[in-house]
Write a protein that binds this ligand. Structure first.
Ligand SMILES: [Mn+2]
Length: 417
């Protein structure tokens, strides 16, 4: 949008705001998907915040401490930003109101919302995210289907998809390549083609057959099979053979580019660049998967420590500090932890500890982890925030144990009332 308006602009991508970022200057700043949790620390900042994280100030125009900031955030409208309206939807709404032609990229808020798992709870996007999705659909930019909700429909082989599909987790297939292969061969797949054939390559009939048998497997395991199917989103501009036809897969690719320190590649993908940009993105994606594999290896050798319901893993300098959240998600998804657990994953970040946490959706109905993290981190000279079920904090190194104790205490108090 800035380009279309002929503005002189610069884009900076951050994992979180640094202390310098919250001090203003002569320029106008536009914070996307961040800022609402840090408004009180900002000084002399002129600009805009489009965010969906829990805000510390419930005002659209924030003018304290020499600031002149306009804040757009679903929480100000009584909407839950962790499910109803993503950061990218918020940014899109703001942009499209200024410049209607921004609608030409209305697939991007869907990529952001799906990337933030906003379709997880109901098996489809809801509320504002949904309205924008319908706009993109009406404009012919995306297509929706009722289909399997697993990651990898367009970017992975069916065997990979079924092996790692985890929402819902089919116990007899999950991380069990042998039984996945048998299952597929029993359905007429050529054993030699298992590594190449993707879900999107199958015809409707075959997909229906597989889905109905996967559902039976789930039911036999006493699980709710309805979550297997849901609304999935596809980019109409991509050919069927494209690895990023599926929006969830596209979102993973964009995510990987920034995890590997090349967010500009992700931005160019979002702006329809393909060719060399795609080649580079796929390479970054593989590097990212390699980092995650390494992290899982390290995880095998690290015992989680518990304080009450808090289970924490401190990787020190052994883990890239931008994947603490991903590792926390993996632990809560793939390991058997009690449903009341708070999973914390820590890594060093200069003279600070970066901490990412996850709780189950059920627990997040009763506890807002972002508020709890903010309170615990602030009391130790750090900062924290995020969402009800996924939050992060940064505290000075040496304070992490105290932080864990504080989180446990706050948690206990909240659950006892
Ligand atoms: Mn977000």
């Amino acid at each position: 949008m800035a380009r279309r308006l002929g503005l002189n602009y610069d884009v900076t991508i951050r994992n979180q705001l640094t202390p310098q970022d919250v001090l203003g200057g002569p320029d106008v700043y536009w914070f996307n998907d961040m800022g609402s949790a840090r408004l009180k620390e900002m000084m002399g900042v002129k600009g805009i915040v489009t965010d969906h994280h829990n805000p510390v100030v419930f005002e659209t125009h924030y003018t304290e401490n020499g600031n002149d900031i306009y804040q757009f955030n679903p929480h100000l409208e009584g909407l839950d930003g962790s499910i109803s309206q993503s950061g990218s939807t918020t940014t899109f709404l703001f942009s499209a109101n200024i410049l209607p032609e921004v609608s030409a990229v209305s697939h991007l808020p869907i990529v952001g919302s799906v990337g933030d798992l906003h379709d997880k709870k109901f098996g489809r996007l809801v509320d504002t995210d949904r309205e924008i999705m319908l706009l993109a659909k009406n404009m012919g930019i995306i297509e929706t289907k009722e289909d399997i909700r697993y990651f990898g429909r367009s970017s992975k082989s069916v065997s990979y998809m079924l092996r790692f599909g985890n929402d819902p987790k089919i116990r007899s297939l999950y991380d069990n390549p042998g039984s996945v292969a048998d299952f597929l061969v029993n359905h007429g797949f050529d054993r030699r083609a298992l590594k190449t054939i993707r879900w999107l390559d199958l015809d409707d009939l075959k997909r229906e057959e597989l889905i109905s048998d996967l559902k039976s497997l789930l039911e036999r395991e006493g699980q709710d099979s309805s979550r297997l199917i849901g609304e999935v989103y596809e980019l109409k501009s991509e050919p069927k053979s494209s690895t990023v036809k599926d929006v969830r897969d596209f979102s993973s690719l964009v995510n990987a580019t920034s995890r590997k320190g090349k967010p500009d590649v992700g931005i160019r993908l979002c702006l329809f660049e393909r060719g060399d940009t795609m080649t580079e993105a796929l390479q970054l994606y593989n590097d990212h998967l390699e980092s995650l594999r390494r992290a899982s290896k390290i995880l095998e050798g690290v015992e989680g420590k518990s304080v009450g319901n808090v289970l924490y893993y401190d990787f020190g300098g052994n883990l890239e500090n931008n994947i603490t959240g991903t590792v926390a998600t993996r632990i809560i998804t793939h390991q058997k932890v009690p449903p009341s657990s708070v999973i914390l994953v820590m890594a060093n970040l200069g003279s600070s500890k970066k901490i990412s946490a996850r709780i189950s959706l059920a627990l997040s109905e009763r506890v807002d982890l972002s508020l709890l993290f903010r309170q615990a981190a602030n009391s130790l000279g750090g900062s924290g925030g995020g969402h009800r079920n996924a939050a992060g904090a940064i505290v000075p190194i040496g304070k992490e144990r105290e932080f864990v104790e504080k989180v446990n205490e706050l948690m206990k108090n909240l659950l006892s009332t």
